[in-house]
Ligand binder design. Sequence first.
Ligand code: ATP
Ligand code: MG
Length: 422
Amino acid sequence: MKLSKLFAKTSKTAPHDADTANAKYLIQGSFVHQEMAGVYSWLPLGLRVLNKVVNIIREEMNAIDGQEILMSALQPKENWETTGRWDNVDILFKLHSQTDKDYALGCSHEELVTPLVGSFIKSYKDLPVAVYQIQTKFRDELRAKSGVLRGREFGMKDLYSFHATQEDLEQYYQKVLQAYIRVFQRCGLDVKVAEASGGIFTKNVSHEFQVVTPAGEDLILACPNCTYAQNSEVATLKDGDKCPNCGGILSTVKGVEVGNIFDLGTKYSDAFKVAFTDENGERKIALMGCYGIGTTRLVGTVVEAMHDERGIMWPKSVAPFQVHIVNLNSKDADVQAQILETSASLYEDLKKEGIEVIWDDRDASPGEKLADADLLGMPLRVLVSEKTLKEDSVEWKQRTEKEARLVKLQDVMEEVQAFAKE
Ligand code: ATP
Ligand code: MG
């Protein structure tokens, strides 16, 4: 893509009310556009990141036999009355129709998925089942804040599993837990897994997946060396204690909750009478688990975890483009023609090789182009200027590194290909 063609332009200043790095850089870089408090539209660069995150999640959910579906966002009031949640969930958006009917806008989908899957389950042979969707959710949050970390409309992947036995549920729960760790690690994040059930207080297990960053709302006691953590509210250990998993020294840090998994037991399957016939011909209620990842929050969390004072540092796995070509213009017409020709052929050659490349071909000052390259945060910047051409080279700089170096024109293609594959 050529930057000159991108309709959504970067801006020189950050929004005055940006309270976090993700709010600041995602808006300033035109990855997203804020429509109102807690509601964002996703623009070309931001959507490329979101789609990559979603694809990582999709691959990992398919790998644990999740079947992808897409449920309706508009939900009947009756289902929410069946579970007793119509009057008890304060963040539920309720809509009143001109036909006098009431609807809920989905903040979660237990009320839909339970009767839906339940209608196909007859015997133990139909179990286990795991279905998931990647969808927009609506929550009437009192305080939407921290950019895309807490929205009123946001993306979520929600997976629901149905089982004949507790043992089977627990086995699958562990599989999901491992798949979640893979998702977050593939997004370049250092994730901690905190048991969040309150242990002795409730009987059903639940885990939170927390990414350590100062923008987090949650306090967790985390191990610096492995994924072990405890939620500070219920912690049985304290600062300075040894990690029971690896012996590292635990400390209290702030985390963003990027995912959450629950053993639901029969809470919803009881309400919707999801029963099956077991091997002995007895009718039993199915057991359920539910597992969420905030997809849009995950994009914001990557920014929180990977940025500096100049902008974002996307990891390759979710970067909108791997390579950012910058040409610095020259007043000398011959030199300028050479700069443009070199940049254009590099751009075309990389595209031909299937490498995602954006070219800042704008007629803008060097200062502006370099500042935007840092703000937008592609992993590799390749710069073409009069100075580099004198050396038959381009300037090669990785976003996460301080130093730039020259790479000979004849070697650039090969080096970029190797970089993209790493
Ligand atoms: P939180 O504790 O942050 O309020 P939650 O425990 O209510 O979230 P779940 O209902 O388990 O969250 O939702 C699954 C995932 O969806 C969360 O782990 C989080 O990543 C994401 N999520 C929840 N609420 C929001 C929101 N308002 N904006 C963006 N993402 C959200
Ligand atoms: Mg939570």
